[in-house]
Design a protein around this ligand. Structure first.
Ligand SMILES: [Zn+2]
Length: 389
């Protein structure tokens, strides 16, 4: 869910080390292949289910079991799809878990990983079922305008999710506690006061139980708005460097990046719903396969949504990198120096096995954050204008 977490800190995602080691390059190549396999696999499964018309068999099976009860039949049908895709992606997820261990980044035991997988699937199941029921209810109630209403409801839901994520969703997977460091809290409070910003707290994110990687983020909306900073980052960085990371996160807050991201997401989702409307109308009228209200067309919807998300990924990433650059510049201005920022970047790149200098096309297509090498050069040229770095 993009909009709930929105911006992770300087540490997130990462580019690769000065002159990137072979290990970082291999690690990121594997990560990209894994991501590609996940998308291609997802598209292939939906494509096969449609091409073979197994979707009609699933629908008939669900209807036989549920009888006249439409919602129950839809629930059963959706359960079949969710179990099928969940089971198929489990293999890739396990491979991802092994890669994290192979590169000595993960600290998670298999049992804990499996429990996280289970909880993740339970959440997907819950949200997936609710969303699917809503969409087909609207299709039946408003055959012309379901996609507009559906979009509006989904947007309200994402705002709600963004708000409750730090207190309800993230705690399902991670432990958080109020940052227990008076000096740092006082520094951040001073920064917030100068910026006229209302941050409701700074929390320590217990990431070390699962990974060696470090991260920081701005989370929540309104009363739940907070900065979280991982204990792994607190272990590695000194107070000046942590202050630089906090200043970057405060930059996201001051520039209202969370709300802007929700607005951009809203525009993209609107386009997505419009495409969905076209796709299911096409399936009913031209392909003559599934009526608009026939939920056997669900794999087509999933196919369309996946394709749109992949195609728009470079645009969304470019937008995210723009926000990240803004938050970086905010941090340099607030601190009046880039030294702590650069040394924090240096440490985090090493800690996260980041690619500091990925190929340009890789950065453009896949990175939500500018590569670390680029961020450091931008910082240095801000600090020493006119001097090429
Ligand atoms: Zn950021």
């Amino acid at each position: 869910m993009e909009a709930t977490t929105s911006h992770s800190g300087p540490a997130a995602d990462g580019g690769g080390p000065p002159g990137d080691g072979a290990e970082a390059r291999r690690y990121h190549r594997l990560q990209r292949r894994l991501g590609a396999a996940d998308v291609v696999g997802g598209l292939a499964v939906m494509g096969v289910i449609l091409a073979t018309d197994w979707t009609s068999d699933f629908r008939n099976f669900a209807v036989r079991l549920a009888g006249d009860h439409h919602a129950a039949a839809l629930f059963l049908y959706t359960t079949i799809l969710l179990l099928l895709t969940g089971f198929l992606s489990l293999g890739l997820d396990y491979y991802g878990f092994r890669i994290e261990h192979r590169y000595r980044l993960s600290r998670q035991r298999l049992r804990s990983w499996a429990w996280d997988q289970f909880k993740g699937f339970a959440l997907t199941f819950l949200f997936g079922q609710v969303l699917v029921q809503l969409v087909y209810l609207l299709i039946r109630l408003q055959p012309q305008w379901w996609w507009v209403t559906g979009w509006a409801v989904l947007m309200l839901f994402s705002v709600l999710m963004a708000q409750i994520a730090p207190v309800v969703l993230f705690p399902i997977f991670f432990r958080f506690r109020v940052l227990n460091n008076e000096e740092l809290t006082a520094r951040l409070t001073r920064m917030c006061e100068r910026a006229g910003a209302r941050i409701r707290g700074v929390y320590e994110w217990k990431l070390s139980e699962k990974t060696k990687k470090a991260n920081a983020a701005l989370m929540g909306l309104g009363r739940t708005r907070r900065i979280v900073i991982s204990d792994t980052l607190l272990e590695t960085c000194n107070e000046d460097e942590i202050e630089a990371v906090l200043a970057h996160e405060l930059g996201h807050h001051v520039y209202r990046h969370m709300w802007k991201a929700i607005a951009v997401q809203g525009a993209v989702t609107f386009f997505g719903f419009w495409c969905l409307k076209l796709a299911i109308r096409w399936a009913a009228l031209d392909w003559k396969r599934y009526d608009q209200i026939d939920f056997a067309n669900l794999p087509l919807m999933v196919l369309v949504i996946t394709a749109i998300s992949v195609l728009l990924m470079p645009v969304m990433n470019a937008y995210s990198r723009f926000n990240e650059r803004q938050a970086d510049a905010y941090a340099w201005q607030t601190l009046g120096s880039v030294q702590a920022f650069c040394s924090a970047m240096e440490k985090l790149a090493a800690q996260n096995l980041a690619e500091r200098e990925p190929a340009r096309w890789v950065e453009i297509l896949f990175h939500s954050h500018p590569a670390i090498g680029r961020r450091m050069r931008a910082a240095l040229s801000w600090a020493h204008p006119g001097k090429s770095t």
